[in-house]
Ligand binder design. Structure first.
Ligand code: BDR
Ligand code: CA
Length: 313
């Protein structure tokens, strides 16, 4: 089994990502940590607790993390995920049947890393603040991390500004610390790949018809879908964070290329941008593994199989 922790800011696609992890028999989901991001921390945390209740896993500890970026606080901008973080549908989820873990996110991460026999895979699918704090506070625990599988960054441009992808833009200093400075084995699943792996409205409908849980999850998506329709003319949507979980569970689903990266931290139009250093002479061993390509149908099939597994007894 793969001991796994998800660091998240739910988020419609975060909801699907949590579901994929819960539905994966290969995964031992040790914990969930929350961070500000799509909405403020109180809402992302409540959403995480409700989702774990929906998924029948209120036994998994959920610990609250950072409510602001490391260095430069900035206003919350939530667009695609609405004011409740789940596109206006958070109230369709059950009330949480568990309390948040009494520990803060960094302490829970530390305790879980120390207690696990095997090194742990961490899947950060929100701003990287909690992970930067963990690595800064407990550098010796790096050895206990098998890999970070991060959803973030855009090589060909962003989604929150022209240059920056949302998760990196929310806390560029944290992203820089994690992706550039710390040298932890990392796979970066960028929005370039997650957009290519978009799922269709029909695909979602089938997930919705597969079980009660599937129906509730897909019930979170109509506004998110509508945004994609309105701005891109798609009859479908990206499920960014779920792709990162898929890559953590089954790394063979995608191919990666190792390059050093930079994260722009200066104020200006490129703040939060990901820079991939593809120069021939740059030592590749200093880099991180950037998702380059995937068999998109196999990836979608994997996600479909997991998200419809709740109907199978
Ligand atoms: C990322 O931003 C968030 O809105 C999504 O949940 C995802 O983690 C995509 O850029
Ligand atoms: Ca997210």
């Amino acid at each position: 089994t793969i001991p796994l922790i998800i660091d998240t800011d739910p988020g419609v696609d975060d909801a699907l990502a949590l579901a994929v992890a819960v539905a994966s028999p290969e995964v031992d989901l040790l914990g969930v940590t929350t961070v500000f991001g799509n909405v403020a921390l109180d809402k992302t945390s409540r959403n995480a607790l409700r989702l774990m209740t929906l998924l029948g896993r209120d036994d998994v500890p959920v610990a609250l993390g950072a409510e602001r970026p490391l260095v430069h606080p900035q206003p919350h901008v939530s667009r695609a995920h609405g004011t409740d973080g789940l596109s206006g549908f958070a109230d369709t989820l059950p009330e949480p049947t568990a309390e948040p873990d009494p520990r803060d996110a960094v302490t829970l991460l530390k305790d879980l890393l120390e207690a696990s026999e095997q090194p742990v895979t961490i899947v950060p699918i929100g701003p990287l603040t909690n992970i930067a704090l963990l690595l800064a506070a407990h550098p010796r625990l790096k050895d206990r991390i098998a890999r970070l599988v991060v959803m973030g960054g855009g090589i060909r441009g962003g989604n929150i500004t022209a240059a920056a992808e949302f998760n990196l833009w929310c806390d560029p200093e944290a992203a820089r610390r994690v992706l550039v400075e710390e040298r932890v084995p990392t796979t970066l699943v960028t929005m370039d790949l997650t957009k290519r792996c978009a799922v269709s409205a029909e695909w979602l409908q089938q997930v919705g018809e597969s079980s009660e849980i599937g129906a509730r999850l897909v019930g979170l998506t109509p506004d998110y879908l509508a945004t994609y329709r309105r701005f891109l003319g798609w009859d479908g949507m990206a499920v960014h964070d779920a792709v990162a979980v898929a890559a953590a569970v089954n790394p063979g689903l995608l191919t990666t290329q190792r390059f050093p990266v930079e994260v722009e931290c200066a104020f200006g139009p490129a703040r939060g941008a990901l820079l991939v250093d593809e120069r021939l002479e740059t030592p590749k061993e200093d880099g991180i593994d950037i998702a380059a390509d995937a068999d998109l149908n196999a990836l979608r099939e994997f996600l479909f199989e997991r998200l419809t597994a709740f109907g199978v007894k």
